[in-house]
Design a protein around this ligand. Structure first.
Ligand SMILES: [Zn+2]
Length: 85
């Protein structure tokens, strides 16, 4: 069973994402990761990595052919009005 929170966020992705083409292998088969990812944000390029945030939380779609990950930040999706795409 898929993570219900992942399903809720997936429902907010624009319909164009269903036609997503992998930029590496050009396949069109993506599956959602069964959870969320987070990328740390730093103020400077040489700043030491500290896993204390801030983070951009993302839903991840994985190419079934080559494993490329397409990340979509969750913030804009959860704040989106249902009719806006
Ligand atoms: Zn691919």
């Amino acid at each position: 069973m898929q993570n219900k929170e992942v399903e809720a966020i997936l429902s907010k992705l624009p319909s164009a994402v269903s036609e997503l083409e992998c930029p590496i292998c050009h396949a069109h088969q993506f599956v959602p990761a069964d959870g969320f990812g987070a990328d740390a944000i730093y103020d400077a390029p040489t700043e030491a990595i500290m896993m204390v945030g801030p983070f951009v939380n993302a839903i991840m779609l994985v190419c079934e052919n080559c494993g490329f990950i397409s990340k979509h930040a969750i913030g804009p999706l959860v704040n989106k009005k249902s009719s806006a795409e």
